[in-house]
Write a protein that binds this ligand. Structure first.
Ligand code: NAD
Ligand code: MG
Length: 391
């Protein structure tokens, strides 16, 4: 039987890598979504003969509908359109919207036995406990696309859960791994998006440069695998070949390695529990020669410390951290905030939210989105103070 796939965030970097794997025709495409790029979405919907194409931005609807005239693809728009696209019946829902905007549509896609291939880590950071509880209640199976979590998922299969002593996520260290504090103060968005190993969307590239990405991933791992913060560790590994390590009580450490190419974890999720037989780039360790590891520098990269502390605080703290970080990244990209202003602003928003009692655990998606909204408005209010320091 042909497997059907829907992609939330089809026009992005993960969307492109996924569609690349679907091009051999072994899969059928049900729904594709984008934020506002109707042209790119319509082109993809035509190429893959999708049943549904949805744009989140209602202003893009007319263009999308016009571009799809004469095809069988149904055009949809807005929050309802996104939810309808997510819920349309398909075997796999690939969740690859960037940011907390992915939460509501992904949860709308939960259904019994449906595979949720999750790239959107912000879902788990914004409302991790709720997300996993809802998935279980609806009978959806969550598989991690994020390379480190995909590695953990694979390594965990080598032992019983209660025999796991530690889970380590590796981090490349980003483009500024060896940069001095003084130089970090003046890095530009153009430098920050240039990741040494991975080609990714702008937001996650900047998160990789601040190491906030690894912080978000610690939170993602804690909820996804039900791990205590004390069981989670981060290791800098500039080659991005070892993606994660799981240590068992008997001292055995099981690691997963692969060439740094997101099509490998995506292909894993598409084929699971089988293995996809495609022309994957293979590892040549003899050619690589050396793999390097070092401890993260929490002083030069305070975002990692902030994220760990938000995970330890729990409740709504990771949600506030995420929302403030999204605002800070937009401001950095607009050159209204310095690179080091990103964790600075996030910390200030977390402090304000704690003082004003906004760190409650979300009980519903609307609760989570309400706290996300409050944190964004705090960030917008506090931004001018930090922006002044940026120049
Ligand atoms: P991207 O910016 O390249 O693409 C984002 C996609 O989301 C686009 O299709 C865009 O149209 C859509 N989108 C953006 N804002 C939206 C909104 N408000 N409403 C609806 N749709 C919206 O991002 P990406 O690099 O593909 O990353 C997607 C997700 O996957 C992120 O959560 C990221 O952390 C995660 N991830 C990415 C990689 C990677 O290699 N790119 C690796 C691991 C995890
Ligand atoms: Mg990752």
């Amino acid at each position: 039987m042909v497997t059907s796939v829907s992609i939330l965030g089809a026009t992005g970097s993960i969307g492109a890598s996924t569609l690349d794997l679907l091009r051999d025709g072994a899969f059928r495409v049900t729904a594709l979504t984008a934020n506002s790029d109707a042209k790119k979405l319509a082109t993809l919907a035509r190429e893959f003969d999708a049943e549904i194409a949805a744009v989140s931005d209602e202003a893009a609807y007319t263009e999308l509908k016009t571009l799809l005239a004469g095809t069988r693809t149904k055009a949809l728009a807005g929050a309802n359109g996104m939810a309808e696209a997510a819920a349309a019946r398909s075997d796999i829902l690939l969740s690859a919207i960037v940011g907390s905007a992915g939460l509501a549509p992904t949860i709308a896609g939960f259904a019994k036995g449906r595979r949720i291939a999750l790239a959107n880590k912000e879902c788990l950071v914004t409302a991790g406990r709720l997300f996993m509880r809802e998935a279980q209640a609806k009978g959806a199976i969550v598989l991690p696309v994020d390379s480190e979590h995909n590695a953990v998922f694979q390594a965990l299969a080598c032992g019983k859960r209660d025999a796991v002593s530690k889970v380590t996520l590796t981090a490349s260290g980003g483009p500024f791994r060896t940069m001095s504090r003084e130089r970090l103060a003046i890095v530009t968005p153009e430098e920050a998006v240039r990741h040494p190993n991975w080609s990714m969307g702008a937001k996650i590239s900047i998160d990789s440069a601040t190491l906030m990405n690894k912080g978000l991933e610690l939170i993602e791992a804690a909820y996804l695998f039900d791990l205590a913060p004390s069981q989670l560790d981060v290791l800098i590994h500039p080659q991005s070949v070892v993606h994660a390590l799981v240590e068992f009580h008997d001292g055995s450490v099981v690691a997963q390695m692969a060439h740094p190419d997101m099509r490998i974890p995506i292909g894993f999720c598409l084929a699971w529990p089988e293995r996809m037989n495609w022309n994957a780039p293979k590892l040549d360790l003899a050619k690589l020669g050396t793999l390097h590891f070092e401890a993260p520098d929490y002083e030069r990269f305070p975002a990692l410390k902030l994220a760990r502390s938000a995970l330890e605080t729990g409740g709504g703290a990771p949600n506030v951290l995420n929302a403030a970080n999204e605002v800070a990244i937009d401001a950095f990209r607009a050159k209204r905030l310095s690179f080091q202003g990103i964790p600075g602003l996030v910390e200030a928003v977390l402090d304000k939210a704690a003082k004003e009692g906004h760190l409650r655990e979300p009980g519903t998606v609307n609760d989570a989105l309400a706290v996300d909204h409050v944190a964004r408005s705090f960030a917008a209010t506090l931004l001018p103070q930090f922006a002044a320091k940026a120049s």
